[in-house]
Design a protein around this ligand. Structure first.
Ligand SMILES: Nc1ncnc2c1ncn2[C@@H]1O[C@H](COP(=O)(O)OP(=O)(O)OP(=O)(O)O)[C@@H](O)[C@H]1O
Ligand SMILES: [Mg+2]
Length: 353
């Protein structure tokens, strides 16, 4: 297809393409419409490995799943702590994002909205913004919105209804649990904790597996995350088996029954406790009427951890019990890519669509 065809089919060259970006500690997600108007999703692990070109000797970059699989010992998850903390990790994030944008051909003549976590770390947030703002995309416009607002947008409707609403959003990520009330897009009392997280669940699974197998099996964090993502469920967990190679040769097959559900139950209980006993009381005290309005409408539950089957239902049930009132919890159709989807919808609105 020629360039001219591209222009007549989809976005005309004078029009800006709306792009939504979430640069997360585990995965990065980018959503945008291609030339045919089909929405594309780029979803990759936020990691990078460098290697030497076997012919020219120059340094080459590999990113995402391929980097993690081929260079497991060298791969760098530069946002592991949530944000690029120092110059070195900012530089790595920049190389990662530039590579991702180029490889996937994300349109440069675009309006980019990117989701930023609500974390009290000004330097880290500045570094994150610099990585995206200085990238090749977003030549038309560039804006950032809170991640929990972006993620809530597809939970609340087909457009950007959430922006005109008063509601509570809870975002369950790898390094953070965020809760925030939104009043027509304005953040009221943003709350975040680094102790109730997807990563903490993975660490618990590692310890649990060791205990459940009487010390015979030690899995790494990546394996624990895969157990959680592939087999995790609250309420409907099915035991599964795996095999490890023994140091002295031979293999050992083991079955996991308690390790994963125990870690997830802990997670839901902690999340409910923080929301019900820390965030909501502050919200009720400071904004009585908006609090009542927000709790009578659905609470948006988002972030990768909300993908786990049964988790939103368990969160809703336990939160209702803790507050001793009915609550309605809604999730976006795809909680792990919702931040980029919501950001793209805001971008679309900014381009006048
Ligand atoms: N499909 C899935 N099923 C189960 N868990 C998932 C799924 N996708 C992601 N997760 C888990 O959700 C967490 C990542 O969520 P998310 O992508 O929202 O985090 P993040 O934005 O990268 O992290 P943070 O904002 O906390 O730094 C990880 O713990 C991951 O294992
Ligand atoms: Mg996040």
């Amino acid at each position: 297809m020629s360039t001219e065809d591209d222009e007549t089919d989809g976005f005309e060259s004078s029009q800006s393409v709306p792009v939504g970006v979430k640069l997360g500690s585990t995965r990065t997600v980018v959503r945008y419409p291609d030339a045919a108007g089909e929405t594309q999703t780029v979803r990759t692990l936020t990691c990078l490995a460098t290697y030497e070109d076997a012919i020219t000797g120059s340094e080459r970059v590999l990113f995402g799943e391929q980097a993690a699989a081929e260079y497991p010992n060298r791969v760098e998850f530069m946002l592991r702590s949530g944000l690029p903390e120092d110059d070195e990790r900012t530089e790595l994030a920049r190389r990662y994002f530039d590579e991702l944008v180029e490889t996937n051909g994300v349109p440069q003549d675009s309006t980019v909205v990117y989701a930023i976590p609500t974390i009290d770390n000004e330097a880290g947030l500045r570094n994150l913004s610099a990585v995206i703002e200085e990238s090749a995309i977003g030549t038309v416009e560039m804006r950032s919105y809170p991640e929990s607002l972006c993620s809530a947008i597809p939970a609340m409707g087909d457009g950007v209804e959430a922006i005109d609403d008063v509601f509570v959003a809870v975002n369950m990520g790898s390094t953070n649990l965020e809760a925030c009330a939104y009043r027509r897009g304005e953040q009221l009392l943003p709350f975040s904790t680094g102790s109730v997280t997807g990563n903490a669940v993975d660490r618990r699974i590692v310890n649990n597996v060791e205990e459940e197998t009487q010390g015979r099996v030690h899995v790494d964090l990546t394996t624990a995350r895969e157990y959680k993502e592939e087999h995790g469920s609250v309420g409907g967990f099915e035991p599964f088996s795996d095999v490890v190679q023994q140091p002295g040769g031979g293999s050992h097959e083991f079955t996991i029954e308690e390790s994963v559900p125990d870690a997830l139950n802990w997670y839901v209980d902690e999340a409910v406790d923080r929301v019900a006993n820390e965030f909501l009381p502050d919200f009720a005290n400071e904004y009585m009427k908006p609090y009542q309005m927000a709790l009578s409408s659905p609470i948006a539950l988002t972030g990768g951890m909300a993908c786990l089957p049964g988790l939103p239902e368990a969160f809703e049930e336990r939160l209702a019990a803790e507050l001793d009132r009915e609550v309605d919890v809604v999730t976006p159709p795809a909680p792990d890519t919702a931040a980029a989807e919501g950001a793209m919808r805001i971008a679309k609105r900014l381009t006048g669509d």
